[in-house]
Design a protein around this ligand. Sequence first.
Ligand SMILES: Cc1cc2nc3c(=O)[nH]c(=O)nc-3n(C[C@H](O)[C@H](O)[C@H](O)COP(=O)(O)O)c2cc1C
Length: 355
Amino acid sequence: MPSERLRLDALAEPIVQAPMAGGPSTPALAAAVSDAGGLGFLAAGRRSPDALRADIAALRQLTDAPFGVNLFVPGADDADPTELAAYAAALSGEQERQGVAAGSAHHDDDGWEEKLALLLEARVAAVSFTFGAPPASVVQRLQAVGSAVLVTVTEVDEAHAAELVGPDALVVQGVEAGGHRGSFSDEDGRGELGLLVLLRLVVRAGIALPLVAAGGIADGSAVAAALTAGASAAQLGTAFLRTAEAGTSAAHREALAAPGTTGLTRAFSGRRARGIVNRFQREHRGHAPSAYPHVAHLTGPLQAAAAARGDADAVSLWAGQAFPLAEELPAGWLTRRLGADARAALAATAQRVTP
Ligand SMILES: Cc1cc2nc3c(=O)[nH]c(=O)nc-3n(C[C@H](O)[C@H](O)[C@H](O)COP(=O)(O)O)c2cc1C
């Protein structure tokens, strides 16, 4: 049994490739980042246990370097059926447009027990959680098989609650981040702090765990800023979306390369997430209920049909606020350049402020 769990400060580069559910997080992407000295991640969210098992096996074929797997913590089934019915009705035009019926809005736990069992067997270097803190018993079981455990937080009180379950590190996610808010609850007003503010509040609250900074970081200078503000590493998602190894769709890649803005919306999944503003987001963000994963099931067939037609106006285009900085580069090269640029930025800053 491995006695030493992965430590963030042992990474050759202070770069974590964010887990990105929905296709972008391929084994090839994680392998390229881990081989370059960062920490690659697979996304287990909304992926079947069999597909996850296959991803882990494929990644192990590609590299011996450490990597992580990310899990969604299931929430309670507290969606309001009336709100869901109203949203389903509001999507009737989308059904006509895509030529398919919407899915059935329902709750599920995303294969929680099965995926945990799989990870206890797979003994990966790191397991991160989002949408809440897992029970302490789960953290202990993963740590006992050698996995370092990370919990995503978006508020100081979430950091305190996460600390209590005994993880090895926290992922501190600012509101700039692409994809879903990792908040413990989807309530309005929660998880809306910018990364720099959140990092400083968490550090000054006396949280004594290594921190991974996430949200809007897309170049070495921003990595340096996060390290200066107290993080041990930076977790970047959007910056990797245009790399050759990512499984990002062609429509998503095109949107990332074009001018645009991002917005937070529940329209696609029923949980706030940041993506490039398109027609679907504009037309439905005002009335989409907080009901995850019910709304994800509802829009699933509509989004699949739109994706098959390459209709970028009707699929979620998850991206962080800094998406214009994402470049089309090989992922390993990007990882090493982010580290080198961060070191250069830190040295230049130290020189600039030296009296
Ligand atoms: C396409 C996409 C999918 C994402 N999926 C996940 C996920 O499955 N699990 C998770 O913890 N975070 C997910 N995130 C959020 C990232 O972990 C991270 O917080 C975010 O990418 C950081 O902000 P940035 O995109 O500006 O770099 C996703 C982000 C994007 C862009």
